[in-house]
Design a binder for this molecule. Structure first.
Ligand SMILES: C=C(O[C@@H]1C=C(C(=O)O)C=C[C@H]1O)C(=O)O
Ligand SMILES: NC(=O)CC[C@H](N)C(=O)O
Length: 732
């Protein structure tokens, strides 16, 4: 059998780790071609004509239960095919459970669920465990199977813990070529139970094929509708034609050692509330570059609501609605940027000009195929889902070196650059920070405590039933500012950045939205081509900074806590999957659970990077970061895992849209590269909420896991909320 290019079918049951499994299979099975389907896109009838062409099948994990048809889909039928259609199959987690219940094992809830937990697994040393020592593996499950004596399922591996006793961790079917594990071989913390086990499976599968399908030869190609081959890098990321004639960036560099970024904003007109303004503020370490858009009436602003099929372009007083004509907004924006692509800026500067603004949480629902039900008058008092401005002129300050770049994408703009540089060099110190408002000026409507505790309990019920492993539950707080206490949004932002300086902060006035953020969290940054690297920095794990909480104590509380590590691990695995989905094989975890210090909090942070494999063309590379963003929203740290099911459950529990909160804000440079923060520790004001007084919105929440204590979660939410409330003189 010339198994040069074995075709492997990977069945994804809407798990947020499927592409991690794909990457592992690709490593374990030399030269394999991986075809990915969802478990509900095909019936077994659709699959049967193709099935015998595959060398092996891998059935992935997923939310829910193997005995619920909508959770398991076609997987249950795959175990029951007639002997002449048999293909060696490996099941993971939900996959093992499904194999078990089809052959007489029974399904049970764990006494204590295991989500993102590392366990020791012992095994028989036979079958796909041959030659392996005891294993340390990661578990994500609420359910488990019990095979019965004399049945078709043989236990090969198990774990023992105090809460659950012995739990089956690996099985085989005694006569058919079916094997499975309960744990997650693809998790970043699983050791030899990962690659080695998959390699051993392939050895078994290959041998089985040789004995039982002697005339089988893998075909050159398999055509399976509604499937895709992973990695997808052979495909173009965007549909646009590449525009090879690039514009250029003109810039001047100056050094102003004691530059006040606040004065700079005020010099650029931030005090005029009727005008748009974008300030991406690296107000604290490790943020480095602060970006100021120098917008004029001629700057175009792009707004879009996900339930509408047009983009509204505002230039000065002119508003034009342009049909998307069958494209999605991502492609439309990609084409716009492509036609304005530039070269020639200073490579040290991450932003030369281009798109800047924000995307809501709901802007990411398209990638998950989740509908966003809306009323027809939605746009009247809701923030747009996409709200970006095209920046031709900008100033970038390197806060570490006080170097400043004055830049323009406009032709023949040297005079503006020269004059602006002169003004900046001589800028007088004129700005003042407003006094802290007194505590009784505003009325704060917090989420109802009892309801929140109830929501945490409801969330935990979904964790116990196997529908989710982690849910990032959030609540909404409204702040009513009476007329006499109203202050310009910019003044409010100055206060906020004084009390809560953050590395990925921002002040955005993109009508109808005022958006003030003290975000500590980068979602995604990507560098320019060639060789663009995408970096994600999820935060999970929060401790309030207090005098007695030294770094040592914080490390003990965060990096030393099983609960916090589990929370972070789940998001790391989810983000690895999102990145593998977009870039293919090259994904690595650069930092796992480092403790980082912020103005008011200690946080547990991981860093994951991905890039395209060598040999990919520059053109594809150039829209890569945008593609990663499109495929990875909403940010995994704001949803929980598995992402799709968790977002759907949260929709039901929270009962409202999140809007800008939980989305991202940042930029996509006209020369390639981009940086997007997670929109947390932020507050928002819609133009319609300004009248006699104002009504601001803040979102805050935290990850709920099976180990969460409801009261501690409520406290953690208050800590996060407080950072923003202080800008209103309030606290909780
Ligand atoms: C949900 C928020 O924060 C998220 C949840 C965190 C956590 O659970 O520890 C930490 C950072 C964010 O990813 C928020 O700030 O509102
Ligand atoms: N990771 C999984 O596949 C989980 C399977 C199942 N939903 C459980 O919780 O047990």
């Amino acid at each position: 059998m010339a198994d040069q290019q074995p075709h492997i079918l990977l069945v994804d049951s809407y798990c947020s780790f499927a592409y991690n499994l794909a990457a592992l299979c690709k490593k374990a099975i030399p030269h394999s071609v991986l075809h990915v389907i969802k478990n509900d896109t095909h019936t077994i009838r659709d699959l049967l004509p193709a099935i015998r062409q595959f060398s092996a099948i891998v059935v992935g994990p997923g939310p829910g239960s193997p005995d619920i048809p909508t959770d398991i889909g076609v997987v249950r039928d795959l175990w029951k095919v007639a002997d002449e259609n048999l293909v060696p199959t490996f099941g993971v987690c939900l996959g093992q459970q499904s194999l078990g219940i089809e052959y007489g094992a029974t399904i049970h809830r764990l006494h204590t669920v295991k989500h993102g937990q590392v366990s020791v697994v012992q095994h028989t040393g036979t079958e796909f465990f041959a030659g392996l020592p005891d294993l340390k593996v990661v578990r994500y499950h609420s359910l488990h199977i019990k095979p019965h004596a004399g049945g078709d399922i043989e236990e090969l591996a198990w774990s023992e813990d105090e809460e659950n006793g012995r739990v089956v961790m690996g099985v085989r079917h005694i006569t058919k070529p079916f094997w499975a594990v309960q744990y997650h071989p693809e998790s970043v913390l699983t050791d030899e139970g990962g690659l080695k086990v998959l390699e051993n499976f392939w050895t078994l599968a290959h041998a089985w094929n040789q004995t039982n399908r002697p005339s089988f030869t893998p075909p050159v190609e398999i055509i399976l509708p509604q499937s895709h081959i992973w990695p997808r890098i052979s495909q173009r990321y965007s549909a646009h034609e590449f525009n090879k004639s690039l514009g250029s960036v003109t810039y001047k560099t100056i050094q102003v050692p004691d530059i006040s970024i606040i004065d700079l904003c005020e010099y650029l007109g931030v005090n005029d509330e009727s005008k748009r303004f974008v300030f991406l503020d690296s107000a604290a370490y490790p943020g480095q570059h602060s970006i100021l858009a120098c917008l004029g009436d001629a700057s175009s602003q792009f707004t879009h609501y996900v339930h509408e099929n047009f983009v509204e372009i505002t230039t000065g007083t002119l508003k034009v609605q342009q049909e998307l004509s069958g494209k999605d907004i991502w492609t439309w924006l990609d084409e716009y940027r492509e036609s304005r692509k530039v070269a020639g800026g200073d490579a040290r500067v991450p932003f030369w000009g281009g798109f800047a603004g924000y995307l809501t949480y709901e802007a990411g629902f398209g990638a998950l195929d989740i509908p966003v039900p809306r009323k027809s008058n939605h746009r009247e008092n809701n923030h747009p889902d996409v709200n970006l401005v095209w920046v031709d002129r900008s100033i970038v300050v390197d806060t570490a070196t006080s170097k400043i770049w004055v830049q323009s994408l406009l032709p023949e703009d040297e005079q503006w650059i020269r004059e602006t540089a002169v003004h900046i060099a001589e800028l007088p110190r004129a700005s003042t920070i407003p006094n802290m408002p007194s505590a009784d000026q505003v009325t704060v409507k917090f989420p109802d405590h009892d309801q929140y505790i109830e929501d945490i309990k409801r969330s935990k019920e979904y964790l116990f039933s196997g529908d989710s492993y982690e849910l990032c539950l959030t609540g909404q707080t409204r702040i009513c500012v009476p007329k006499e206490a109203v202050m310009p949004a910019w003044e409010r932002y100055k206060l906020l950045r004084t009390v809560n300086a953050a590395p990925h902060a921002g002040y955005l006035r993109l009508h109808p939205t005022a958006f003030l953020s003290c975000s500590p969290e980068r979602f995604l940054s990507y560098s320019r081509t060639p060789g663009a690297v995408c970096q994600l920095r999820p935060i999970k794990g929060t401790v309030r900074k207090l005098p007695h909480i030294t770094r040592e104590v914080a490390e003990e509380m965060l990096a030393g806590s099983r609960k916090e590590i589990a929370e972070n691990l789940m998001i790391v695995d989810l983000i690895r999957h999102d990145l593998h989905n977009a870039v293919g094989e090259r994904v690595s975890t650069k930092k796992f659970c480092g403790v980082e210090e912020y103005e008011t909090l200690w946080q547990l942070v991981s860093v994951i990077e991905g890039s395209l494999s060598e040999g990919t063309s520059i053109e594809v590379d150039d829209s890569l970061g945008w593609e990663v963003l499109r495929r990875s929203l909403p940010p995994g740290s704001m949803t929980g895992a598995p992402k799709k099911r968790s977002v759907e459950l949260l929709q039901g529990i929270e009962g409202r849209e999140r809007g800008p909160y939980s989305g991202v804000f940042g930029y996509w440079c006209a020369g390639g590269g981009g940086d997007w923060s997670v929109t947390i520790r932020s507050c928002f004001l819609h133009d319609s909420e300004k009248g006699d007084g104002e009504e601001w919105t803040i979102g805050a929440g935290g990850a709920i896991t099976a180990l969460s204590d409801p009261d501690a979660e409520w406290e953690e939410t208050k800590v996060k909320l407080n950072g923003v409330l202080r800008g209103f003189g309030a606290s909780c």
